[in-house]
Design a protein around this ligand. Structure first.
Ligand SMILES: CCC/C=C/C=C/C(=O)SCCNC(=O)CCNC(=O)[C@H](O)C(C)(C)COP(=O)(O)OP(=O)(O)OC[C@H]1O[C@@H](n2cnc3c(N)ncnc32)[C@H](O)[C@@H]1OP(=O)(O)O
Length: 310
Protein backbone atom coordinates (compact mmCIF):
# COMPACT_ATOMS: atom_id res chain seq x y z
CA UNK A 1 0.00 0.00 0.00
CA UNK A 2 2.85 2.36 0.86
CA UNK A 3 4.34 1.58 -2.52
CA UNK A 4 1.07 2.55 -4.17
CA UNK A 5 0.90 5.88 -2.30
CA UNK A 6 4.43 6.84 -3.31
CA UNK A 7 3.80 5.75 -6.87
CA UNK A 8 0.63 7.84 -7.07
CA UNK A 9 2.26 10.83 -5.45
CA UNK A 10 4.92 10.98 -8.12
CA UNK A 11 3.15 9.52 -11.11
CA UNK A 12 1.80 12.86 -12.17
CA UNK A 13 5.30 14.26 -12.36
CA UNK A 14 6.72 11.60 -14.64
CA UNK A 15 8.50 12.83 -17.68
CA UNK A 16 9.05 16.35 -16.41
CA UNK A 17 12.68 15.83 -15.52
CA UNK A 18 15.15 16.04 -18.35
CA UNK A 19 18.91 16.32 -17.95
CA UNK A 20 20.30 19.81 -18.42
CA UNK A 21 23.83 18.79 -19.21
CA UNK A 22 24.84 18.87 -22.83
CA UNK A 23 26.93 16.79 -25.16
CA UNK A 24 29.12 14.09 -23.70
CA UNK A 25 32.69 13.32 -24.59
CA UNK A 26 33.72 9.98 -23.18
CA UNK A 27 37.15 10.42 -21.62
CA UNK A 28 38.33 6.84 -21.61
CA UNK A 29 37.22 3.28 -21.64
CA UNK A 30 37.63 0.94 -18.68
CA UNK A 31 41.13 0.99 -17.25
CA UNK A 32 43.18 2.54 -20.05
CA UNK A 33 43.97 6.22 -20.35
CA UNK A 34 43.03 7.80 -23.67
CA UNK A 35 43.26 11.42 -22.63
CA UNK A 36 45.64 13.75 -24.39
CA UNK A 37 46.81 15.45 -21.21
CA UNK A 38 50.53 15.52 -20.50
CA UNK A 39 50.35 16.01 -16.73
CA UNK A 40 47.21 14.02 -15.95
CA UNK A 41 46.17 10.47 -16.62
CA UNK A 42 42.43 9.92 -16.90
CA UNK A 43 41.00 6.42 -16.73
CA UNK A 44 37.73 4.65 -15.96
CA UNK A 45 38.46 1.95 -13.39
CA UNK A 46 34.78 0.97 -13.09
CA UNK A 47 31.40 1.97 -14.46
CA UNK A 48 30.56 5.64 -13.79
CA UNK A 49 33.87 6.24 -11.97
CA UNK A 50 36.60 8.46 -13.41
CA UNK A 51 40.13 8.29 -12.04
CA UNK A 52 42.29 11.40 -12.52
CA UNK A 53 45.92 10.94 -11.62
CA UNK A 54 48.69 13.52 -11.34
CA UNK A 55 51.14 11.98 -13.75
CA UNK A 56 54.63 13.46 -13.54
CA UNK A 57 56.08 11.01 -11.02
CA UNK A 58 59.68 11.68 -12.09
CA UNK A 59 59.16 15.33 -11.03
CA UNK A 60 57.17 14.34 -7.94
CA UNK A 61 53.99 15.53 -9.65
CA UNK A 62 55.13 19.15 -9.55
CA UNK A 63 52.49 21.44 -11.00
CA UNK A 64 53.88 22.71 -14.29
CA UNK A 65 52.34 25.38 -16.55
CA UNK A 66 50.59 22.67 -18.57
CA UNK A 67 49.05 21.26 -15.40
CA UNK A 68 47.38 24.52 -14.46
CA UNK A 69 45.41 24.61 -17.72
CA UNK A 70 44.92 20.86 -18.22
CA UNK A 71 43.08 20.63 -14.91
CA UNK A 72 40.52 23.14 -16.14
CA UNK A 73 39.94 21.25 -19.40
CA UNK A 74 39.81 17.93 -17.58
CA UNK A 75 37.22 18.94 -14.99
CA UNK A 76 35.13 20.86 -17.49
CA UNK A 77 34.92 17.64 -19.51
CA UNK A 78 34.09 15.58 -16.45
CA UNK A 79 31.35 18.05 -15.50
CA UNK A 80 29.40 17.20 -18.67
CA UNK A 81 30.43 13.56 -19.01
CA UNK A 82 27.24 11.59 -18.32
CA UNK A 83 29.33 8.40 -18.02
CA UNK A 84 30.98 9.83 -14.91
CA UNK A 85 29.16 10.07 -11.59
CA UNK A 86 32.12 10.35 -9.24
CA UNK A 87 35.84 11.13 -9.48
CA UNK A 88 38.83 9.68 -7.66
CA UNK A 89 41.90 11.95 -7.71
CA UNK A 90 45.36 10.69 -6.76
CA UNK A 91 49.07 11.02 -7.57
CA UNK A 92 51.30 8.61 -9.48
CA UNK A 93 54.65 7.44 -8.13
CA UNK A 94 56.36 8.10 -4.85
CA UNK A 95 54.13 10.87 -3.50
CA UNK A 96 50.98 12.93 -4.12
CA UNK A 97 52.54 16.25 -5.16
CA UNK A 98 55.49 18.52 -4.46
CA UNK A 99 53.37 21.58 -5.28
CA UNK A 100 54.07 24.26 -7.84
CA UNK A 101 56.83 23.48 -10.33
CA UNK A 102 59.61 25.68 -9.05
CA UNK A 103 61.49 25.48 -12.36
CA UNK A 104 58.47 26.40 -14.44
CA UNK A 105 56.88 29.23 -12.50
CA UNK A 106 59.44 31.88 -13.44
CA UNK A 107 57.93 33.20 -16.67
CA UNK A 108 54.34 33.44 -15.47
CA UNK A 109 54.82 34.69 -11.94
CA UNK A 110 58.30 36.14 -11.64
CA UNK A 111 58.43 37.96 -14.97
CA UNK A 112 54.94 39.24 -15.71
CA UNK A 113 54.67 41.34 -18.85
CA UNK A 114 53.46 44.94 -19.06
CA UNK A 115 54.63 48.39 -20.16
CA UNK A 116 54.21 49.98 -16.76
CA UNK A 117 53.42 49.06 -13.18
CA UNK A 118 49.66 49.12 -13.71
CA UNK A 119 49.86 46.80 -16.72
CA UNK A 120 52.25 44.44 -14.98
CA UNK A 121 49.87 44.27 -12.01
CA UNK A 122 46.89 43.82 -14.28
CA UNK A 123 48.55 40.89 -16.06
CA UNK A 124 49.71 39.32 -12.84
CA UNK A 125 46.18 39.50 -11.46
CA UNK A 126 44.98 37.66 -14.54
CA UNK A 127 47.61 34.96 -14.03
CA UNK A 128 46.62 34.50 -10.38
CA UNK A 129 42.90 34.23 -11.16
CA UNK A 130 43.73 31.73 -13.93
CA UNK A 131 45.68 29.65 -11.43
CA UNK A 132 42.84 29.90 -8.92
CA UNK A 133 40.46 28.47 -11.50
CA UNK A 134 42.63 25.32 -11.69
CA UNK A 135 41.25 24.22 -8.33
CA UNK A 136 37.92 26.06 -8.36
CA UNK A 137 36.89 23.83 -11.30
CA UNK A 138 36.95 20.87 -8.91
CA UNK A 139 34.41 22.61 -6.71
CA UNK A 140 32.32 23.79 -9.66
CA UNK A 141 32.21 20.28 -11.11
CA UNK A 142 28.91 18.72 -9.94
CA UNK A 143 30.44 15.24 -9.64
CA UNK A 144 31.85 14.51 -6.15
CA UNK A 145 35.64 14.28 -6.04
CA UNK A 146 37.38 11.89 -3.63
CA UNK A 147 41.05 12.76 -3.27
CA UNK A 148 43.49 10.09 -2.13
CA UNK A 149 46.81 11.39 -0.79
CA UNK A 150 49.94 9.31 -0.20
CA UNK A 151 53.23 10.73 1.04
CA UNK A 152 53.85 14.47 0.84
CA UNK A 153 51.15 16.91 -0.23
CA UNK A 154 52.92 20.24 -0.45
CA UNK A 155 51.92 23.83 -1.26
CA UNK A 156 49.60 23.76 -4.27
CA UNK A 157 48.66 20.23 -3.21
CA UNK A 158 46.87 21.61 -0.15
CA UNK A 159 45.08 24.17 -2.35
CA UNK A 160 43.97 21.27 -4.54
CA UNK A 161 42.71 18.92 -1.85
CA UNK A 162 40.72 21.59 -0.03
CA UNK A 163 38.63 22.02 -3.19
CA UNK A 164 37.76 18.29 -3.17
CA UNK A 165 34.72 16.83 -1.45
CA UNK A 166 36.20 13.87 0.42
CA UNK A 167 39.84 13.53 1.52
CA UNK A 168 41.55 10.21 2.27
CA UNK A 169 45.20 9.60 3.01
CA UNK A 170 47.77 6.97 3.85
CA UNK A 171 49.53 6.65 7.18
CA UNK A 172 52.72 8.08 5.61
CA UNK A 173 50.98 11.18 4.23
CA UNK A 174 51.92 14.68 5.32
CA UNK A 175 50.55 18.07 4.43
CA UNK A 176 52.42 21.34 4.23
CA UNK A 177 51.13 24.85 3.52
CA UNK A 178 54.55 25.69 2.17
CA UNK A 179 53.94 28.99 0.41
CA UNK A 180 55.50 31.29 3.04
CA UNK A 181 58.72 29.33 2.58
CA UNK A 182 58.89 30.43 -1.04
CA UNK A 183 57.98 34.03 -0.21
CA UNK A 184 54.30 34.20 -0.99
CA UNK A 185 50.93 34.08 0.68
CA UNK A 186 49.05 31.04 -0.58
CA UNK A 187 46.77 32.52 -3.21
CA UNK A 188 44.93 29.70 -4.97
CA UNK A 189 42.51 28.45 -2.33
CA UNK A 190 44.16 27.19 0.86
CA UNK A 191 43.63 30.35 2.89
CA UNK A 192 40.02 30.55 1.73
CA UNK A 193 38.99 26.88 2.00
CA UNK A 194 41.13 25.33 4.73
CA UNK A 195 39.42 27.29 7.57
CA UNK A 196 36.10 25.75 6.52
CA UNK A 197 37.60 22.29 6.24
CA UNK A 198 39.31 22.00 9.61
CA UNK A 199 37.32 24.48 11.66
CA UNK A 200 40.12 25.75 13.90
CA UNK A 201 41.33 29.10 12.58
CA UNK A 202 44.18 28.97 15.05
CA UNK A 203 45.45 25.72 13.53
CA UNK A 204 45.05 27.11 10.01
CA UNK A 205 47.10 30.17 10.94
CA UNK A 206 49.74 28.03 12.61
CA UNK A 207 50.09 25.81 9.56
CA UNK A 208 50.07 28.66 7.05
CA UNK A 209 52.40 30.96 8.99
CA UNK A 210 54.99 28.37 10.02
CA UNK A 211 54.76 25.96 7.05
CA UNK A 212 55.15 23.07 9.46
CA UNK A 213 54.31 19.59 8.25
CA UNK A 214 51.08 18.05 9.48
CA UNK A 215 51.14 14.25 9.55
CA UNK A 216 48.25 11.91 8.88
CA UNK A 217 47.18 11.34 12.50
CA UNK A 218 46.78 15.06 13.09
CA UNK A 219 45.14 15.47 9.67
CA UNK A 220 42.54 12.92 10.75
CA UNK A 221 41.99 14.37 14.19
CA UNK A 222 41.51 17.91 12.87
CA UNK A 223 39.15 16.77 10.11
CA UNK A 224 41.34 17.49 7.07
CA UNK A 225 40.93 13.84 6.05
CA UNK A 226 38.09 11.54 6.95
CA UNK A 227 39.99 8.25 6.72
CA UNK A 228 43.59 7.07 7.03
CA UNK A 229 44.73 3.83 5.34
CA UNK A 230 47.85 1.80 6.07
CA UNK A 231 49.19 2.11 2.50
CA UNK A 232 48.36 3.33 -0.99
CA UNK A 233 46.95 0.03 -2.18
CA UNK A 234 44.48 -0.10 0.70
CA UNK A 235 43.60 3.56 0.19
CA UNK A 236 42.89 3.16 -3.54
CA UNK A 237 40.75 0.11 -2.81
CA UNK A 238 38.89 2.11 -0.16
CA UNK A 239 38.46 5.05 -2.55
CA UNK A 240 37.09 2.76 -5.24
CA UNK A 241 34.65 1.16 -2.84
CA UNK A 242 33.45 4.56 -1.64
CA UNK A 243 33.17 5.80 -5.23
CA UNK A 244 31.09 2.71 -6.04
CA UNK A 245 28.69 3.55 -3.21
CA UNK A 246 28.27 7.10 -4.52
CA UNK A 247 27.99 6.04 -8.18
CA UNK A 248 25.21 3.59 -7.33
CA UNK A 249 22.97 6.34 -6.02
CA UNK A 250 20.76 8.71 -7.97
CA UNK A 251 23.00 11.18 -9.82
CA UNK A 252 20.27 13.78 -9.40
CA UNK A 253 20.45 13.35 -5.63
CA UNK A 254 24.25 13.08 -5.49
CA UNK A 255 25.02 16.08 -7.66
CA UNK A 256 22.32 18.15 -5.97
CA UNK A 257 23.85 17.26 -2.62
CA UNK A 258 27.33 18.40 -3.67
CA UNK A 259 26.09 21.64 -5.19
CA UNK A 260 24.01 22.51 -2.13
CA UNK A 261 26.77 21.62 0.32
CA UNK A 262 29.16 23.96 -1.49
CA UNK A 263 26.50 26.69 -1.67
CA UNK A 264 25.61 26.36 2.01
CA UNK A 265 29.25 26.57 3.06
CA UNK A 266 29.41 30.05 1.55
CA UNK A 267 25.96 31.33 2.61
CA UNK A 268 23.83 31.66 5.73
CA UNK A 269 21.20 29.11 6.76
CA UNK A 270 18.30 31.19 5.42
CA UNK A 271 19.93 31.71 2.02
CA UNK A 272 20.96 28.06 1.92
CA UNK A 273 17.44 26.85 2.64
CA UNK A 274 16.04 29.23 0.06
CA UNK A 275 18.51 27.97 -2.57
CA UNK A 276 17.69 24.37 -1.62
CA UNK A 277 13.94 24.94 -1.98
CA UNK A 278 14.42 26.44 -5.42
CA UNK A 279 16.77 23.61 -6.37
CA UNK A 280 14.44 20.86 -5.26
CA UNK A 281 11.30 22.39 -6.73
CA UNK A 282 12.78 21.05 -9.98
CA UNK A 283 14.80 18.10 -8.80
CA UNK A 284 12.07 16.47 -6.71
CA UNK A 285 10.34 15.83 -10.02
CA UNK A 286 12.95 13.21 -10.89
CA UNK A 287 11.91 9.60 -11.47
CA UNK A 288 14.86 8.67 -9.22
CA UNK A 289 12.88 9.63 -6.14
CA UNK A 290 10.13 7.16 -6.77
CA UNK A 291 12.57 4.46 -7.89
CA UNK A 292 14.62 4.92 -4.71
CA UNK A 293 11.60 4.98 -2.42
CA UNK A 294 10.20 1.88 -4.12
CA UNK A 295 13.54 0.10 -3.70
CA UNK A 296 13.66 1.05 0.00
CA UNK A 297 10.19 -0.37 0.53
CA UNK A 298 11.20 -3.56 -1.22
CA UNK A 299 14.35 -3.67 0.93
CA UNK A 300 16.60 -3.39 -2.11
CA UNK A 301 19.93 -1.53 -1.99
CA UNK A 302 20.73 1.37 -4.37
CA UNK A 303 22.93 -0.94 -6.44
CA UNK A 304 19.80 -2.81 -7.48
CA UNK A 305 18.21 0.30 -8.97
CA UNK A 306 19.01 1.63 -12.43
CA UNK A 307 19.08 5.41 -12.68
CA UNK A 308 19.21 7.27 -15.98
CA UNK A 309 22.41 9.05 -16.89
CA UNK A 310 22.72 12.70 -16.04
C1 LIG B 1 50.12 31.78 -8.44
C2 LIG B 1 50.83 30.56 -7.89
C3 LIG B 1 50.09 29.84 -6.91
C4 LIG B 1 50.69 28.58 -6.44
C5 LIG B 1 51.53 28.48 -5.39
C6 LIG B 1 52.07 27.23 -4.96
C7 LIG B 1 53.09 27.18 -4.11
C8 LIG B 1 53.72 25.94 -3.72
O1 LIG B 1 53.37 24.87 -4.16
S1 LIG B 1 54.98 26.07 -2.55
C9 LIG B 1 55.71 24.48 -2.53
C10 LIG B 1 56.82 24.29 -3.55
N1 LIG B 1 57.39 22.97 -3.44
C11 LIG B 1 58.46 22.68 -2.72
O2 LIG B 1 59.07 23.53 -2.13
C12 LIG B 1 58.86 21.22 -2.68
C13 LIG B 1 60.17 20.95 -3.40
N2 LIG B 1 60.49 19.54 -3.47
C14 LIG B 1 60.92 18.80 -2.42
O3 LIG B 1 61.02 19.27 -1.30
C15 LIG B 1 61.28 17.36 -2.69
O4 LIG B 1 61.41 17.21 -4.07
C16 LIG B 1 60.25 16.35 -2.17
C17 LIG B 1 60.29 16.30 -0.63
C18 LIG B 1 58.85 16.70 -2.60
C19 LIG B 1 60.57 14.95 -2.74
O5 LIG B 1 61.89 14.60 -2.47
P1 LIG B 1 62.57 13.37 -3.26
O6 LIG B 1 63.89 13.16 -2.65
O7 LIG B 1 61.63 12.25 -3.31
O8 LIG B 1 62.70 13.86 -4.76
P2 LIG B 1 63.77 14.88 -5.38
O9 LIG B 1 65.01 14.14 -5.69
O10 LIG B 1 63.88 16.08 -4.53
O11 LIG B 1 63.05 15.32 -6.73
C20 LIG B 1 62.95 14.44 -7.85
C21 LIG B 1 62.85 15.30 -9.06
O12 LIG B 1 61.69 16.09 -8.98
C22 LIG B 1 62.01 17.46 -9.08
N3 LIG B 1 61.09 18.24 -8.23
C23 LIG B 1 60.61 17.92 -7.03
N4 LIG B 1 59.80 18.88 -6.58
C24 LIG B 1 59.76 19.83 -7.52
C25 LIG B 1 59.07 21.08 -7.65
N5 LIG B 1 58.23 21.52 -6.71
N6 LIG B 1 59.27 21.80 -8.76
C26 LIG B 1 60.07 21.37 -9.75
N7 LIG B 1 60.75 20.17 -9.69
C27 LIG B 1 60.57 19.43 -8.59
C28 LIG B 1 63.43 17.54 -8.58
O13 LIG B 1 64.05 18.71 -9.05
C29 LIG B 1 64.00 16.27 -9.18
O14 LIG B 1 64.23 16.51 -10.54
P3 LIG B 1 65.54 15.91 -11.26
O15 LIG B 1 66.70 16.49 -10.53
O16 LIG B 1 65.45 16.37 -12.68
O17 LIG B 1 65.46 14.43 -11.11
Amino acid sequence: QMSFIIRSAFAKNRGLWSPVLGAVRTMSSAGDSTSSFTTLSVTRPADSITHVELNRPEKRNAMSRAFWSEMVDCFNEIAVDAECRVVIFSGAGKLFTSGIDLMDMASDILQPEGDDQARVSWNLRRVITKYQETFSVIEKCPKPVIVAVHGPCIGGGVDLITACDIRLCTQDAWFQVKEVDIGLAADVGTLQRLPNVIGSRSLVSELALTARKMYSDEAKSCGLVSRVFPDKEAMMAGALEMAGEIAARSPVAVQGTKINLVYSRDHGVTEGLNYMATWNMSMLQTHDLMKSAQAAIEKKGPKEVIFSKL
